[in-house]
Write a protein that binds this ligand. Structure first.
Ligand code: SF4
Length: 268
C-alpha cells in the first residue's frame, strides 16, 4: 500500500480518529469480537436500555420442526418469497426466543458482492436490518471506499438471523440450523465474491478454526464461490492499527473481483 495511515483513515471515513464518548460496556472490555457487543458499547449500551416495540407473535414456519437434513433440503428448494417467509417464522434454534425481529439480509438480490457478518446486534434486532449503528456506518464507508454502495451490486447478510442473547457469539448448533438459509441466499444471488467479516463468519463458512490474521490475503472458497476474509467493522471501531489492514483487504478484494472471469454463476 502506498497510501499512508492518515490517507487510509480518510478513505474509510474515519478521520478524525474515532473516540468513544463513554466508557465501553463491561462485555466489550472482555475482548469479544461480537458485532452487537461492540455496537452496544459504542452507543453507550443503548441497546440494553432502549424501549423496544412489543414483539409480534411468531407464526411458526413448518420447516422449523423438520430434522436438519430434511429442513436443509426443503430450504434449498425455496424461492425468495418462500425463504423470507420461512425465516420470519423460524423457530428452529433457541435464538428465536429472544428476538424482536429476524434479520434476513439486505441488498441487491443479483449482487456480485456479498458481505457476511456473524449475527444481529441490538440495533439490527430492533430494525430487522443487518449492519446498522456505528459498525454499519463503518461498513458503508468501507464499501464507499471501493466504489460500492449498500443495496447496489452488494448484498449484506449474517451467519445467524436472530440476535444471540447477551450478544454472545452464536453457538455451533445455532449456526448449523441457520446456515441452510444463508446457503440458499447465496445460491439465489450467485455472488462472484464473498467477503467474510470477522472470525465468526470466517470460521463457520470455512469450517476450520483459524485467526482472521492467518486467513486474510488469500482467495478461499465457500461452496464454489471465492471468499476472502477481513476484520469485522465492529472490531475495527476499537482497533486502529487493523484499519490499515482492512483497507489492504478491500484493495485485495477489488483485485480479486477484477481477476475473476467476466461471468456470473447462474443462480442455483
Ligand atoms: Fe431460525 Fe436462524 Fe433464527 Fe435460529 S437464528 S431461529 S435457525 S432464523
Amino acid at each position: 500500500m502506498s497510501a499512508n495511515r492518515d490517507e487510509i483513515l480518510k478513505e474509510l471515513g474515519l478521520w478524525p480518529v474515532w473516540k468513544l464518548r463513554e466508557p465501553p460496556a463491561a462485555d466489550a472490555l472482555s475482548g469479544s469480537t461480537g458485532a452487537a457487543r461492540s455496537a452496544d458499547a459504542l452507543s453507550g449500551g443503548a441497546g440494553a436500555s432502549r424501549a423496544l416495540p412489543k414483539r409480534p407473535p411468531v407464526v411458526a414456519d413448518a420447516a422449523s420442526a423438520l430434522p436438519l437434513d430434511a429442513r436443509a433440503a426443503e430450504i434449498a428448494r425455496m424461492d425468495w418469497p418462500q425463504l423470507k417467509a420461512s425465516v420470519a417464522g423460524c423457530t428452529a434454534c433457541p435464538l428465536h426466543k429472544g428476538r424482536n425481529k429476524t434479520v434476513f439480509g439486505v441488498g441487491d438480490e443479483q449482487a456480485e458482492w456479498m458481505f457476511i457478518g456473524e449475527g444481529p446486534g441490538a440495533d439490527e434486532d430492533a430494525k430487522g436490518e443487518p449492519f446498522v449503528g456505528q459498525a454499519g456506518k463503518l461498513l458503508d464507508n468501507m464499501l464507499a471506499a471501493i466504489g460500492l454502495k449498500r443495496g447496489k451490486n452488494v448484498y449484506i447478510g449474517n451467519m445467524v438471523k436472530c440476535r444471540p442473547p447477551g450478544n454472545r457469539n452464536p453457538e455451533p448448533l445455532e449456526v448449523s440450523q441457520c446456515e441452510p438459509y444463508l446457503r440458499r441466499q447465496i445460491g439465489l444471488i450467485g455472488p462472484k465474491l464473498i467477503v467474510a467479516l470477522g472470525k465468526v463468519a470466517a470460521v463457520n463458512l470455512l469450517k476450520r478454526d483459524a485467526s482472521v490474521a492467518s486467513l486474510r490475503g488469500k482467495v478461499l472458497e465457500y461452496q464454489g464461490t471465492p471468499l476472502i476474509v477481513t476484520y469485522h467493522p465492529a472490531y475495527l471501531l476499537r482497533s486502529l492499527p487493523d484499519k490499515a489492514k482492512a483497507w489492504e483487504d478491500l484493495c485485495f478484494a477489488v483485485e480479486t473481483m477484477n481477476s475473476l472471469q467476466n461471468t456470473k454463476p447462474a443462480p442455483i
